[in-house]
Design a protein around this ligand. Structure first.
Ligand SMILES: Cc1cc2nc3c(=O)[nH]c(=O)nc-3n(C[C@H](O)[C@H](O)[C@H](O)COP(=O)(O)O)c2cc1C
Length: 197
């Protein structure tokens, strides 16, 4: 075993270690709309839920070199709304494409040839082919180091019939994709376990 005290290592090294250690990471595929009406879409793997009984999610967006926020962060800060779309295997390549750094007047929906579906509670559209989407209202944000952290309460879930059984999400029908360190993604390899507790 070797020890790597963070104060002694370069940020690039610590970044690589954290991104490999915190794996697999879920991917929040976040759609937002700018003040000018441009629909933005980008993946965020610093993402999770923080309450399930009161469905609340969070993601963090790195501040760009020069101190500017990414388009997603700017749009959430300004509109207070976002949609999180679930990434499944069939959408993985197009999700990756939406991480392109496009100018704010260009939409990643069009760039990655993704259809929009109208949301019901918020302005940003959903990814039409996503099997689950969550419309969210931003409730809080924090600035931590080089990140803007955004928290959103889920207003409504959209769930495709094909993943529902008796009104519940059937995990067998949802091939979610996660992020690993380096250039790697991961797909689900379900491991059933008899839960003891
Ligand atoms: C799978 C994946 C996960 C990502 N996760 C994050 C993240 O958690 N935070 C972040 O700031 N950027 C993340 N990125 C990079 C952003 O998606 C990328 O900077 C994108 O251009 C931001 O778009 P925007 O400027 O339209 O918001 C990720 C990229 C990929 C491909």
């Amino acid at each position: 075993m070797q020890e790597f005290p963070v104060r002694d290592i370069d940020t690039r090294v610590s970044s690589r270690i954290v991104k490999s250690a915190v794996t697999p990471r879920p991917i929040g595929w976040v759609s937002t709309t700018s003040d000018d009406g441009v629909d933005n879409l980008a993946p965020f793997s610093c993402y999770n839920y923080i309450s399930s009984d009161y469905p609340t999610v969070m993601f963090s967006s790195k501040v760009k070199d020069g101190g500017k926020p990414k388009d997603t962060a700017r749009n959430v800060a300004s509109s207070g709304e976002f949609v999180v779309n679930v990434v499944t295997e069939d959408l993985a390549e197009r999700m990756d494409r939406t991480s392109a750094e496009l100018p704010p007047e260009e939409s990643e929906f069009d760039f990655a040839e993704l259809d929009r579906a109208e949301s019901t509670h918020v302005t940003p559209p959903r990814v039409a082919d996503a099997l689950i989407s969550m419309e969210c209202t931003a409730i809080e944000s924090l600035d931590i180091h080089d990140r803007g952290v955004f928290f959103g309460e889920v207003e409504t879930f959209h769930i495709a019939d094909e993943v529902l059984e008796d009104g519940k999400v059937e995990m067998d029908h949802l091939d979610t994709v996660g992020r690993l360190g380096g250039p790697y993604y991961t797909s689900v390899n379900r491991m059933e376990m008899t839960r003891e507790f």
